[in-house]
Ligand binder design. Structure first.
Ligand code: AMP
Ligand code: ZN
Length: 146
């Protein structure tokens, strides 16, 4: 069952691509999701996977839509890996301006990686935190999980 999302946004370039009103190099689609090549690829095969319904970020997404996006991400990532044989791949998603989001329709980046491609993706700090710092943060998150 597809999540309802918001109605298509006339000003959203990815909604326009879904509707066939804007061009895209399409790779794969199913009733809930679409995969197409990024217009400004970091490396060859740089691909985006989106839900066909308009969701700005992950924060309001229903699990059925997320599962559909995840399944297409897996399928297309494996196809890129077989076709182009990059050395590795990052899956990246920006939610919100401060996270680097520039197109406000949820999308996963599938980024094929190569030795010395000069792309720096850092997802860890340099200093370990103590349990006294970790535990209060964990507790605040657990409270929201119920
Ligand atoms: P983000 O910064 O995570 O929101 O990434 C948005 C991505 O969408 C960028 O990598 C853009 O190159 C890409 N993009 C923007 N417009 C198009 C388009 N019309 N077709 C394909 N990719 C696009
Ligand atoms: Zn949209």
């Amino acid at each position: 069952m597809t999540g309802v999302g918001q109605p298509p946004d006339q000003d959203c370039i990815f909604c326009q691509i879904v509707a066939g009103q804007a061009p895209a190099t399409r790779i794969y689609e199913d009733p809930q999701t679409l995969a197409f090549l990024d217009l400004n690829p970091i490396n060859p095969g740089h691909c985006l996977v989106i839900p066909k319904t308009h969701h700005v970020t992950l924060f309001t997404l229903d699990s059925a839509t997320y599962e559909a996006v995840a399944a297409t991400t897996l399928k297309v990532a494996q196809a890129i890996q077989s076709a182009l044989q990059p050395g590795g791949m990052n899956i990246f998603q920006a939610n919100g301006v401060v996270a680097g989001q520039t197109v406000f329709h949820l999308h996963n980046h599938l980024l094929p990686r190569h030795d010395n491609d000069n792309l720096r993706v850092e997802v860890h700090g340099l200093q370990p935190a103590g349990v006294e710092q970790l535990e209060p943060i964990a507790e605040r998150i657990r409270e929201q999980l119920g």
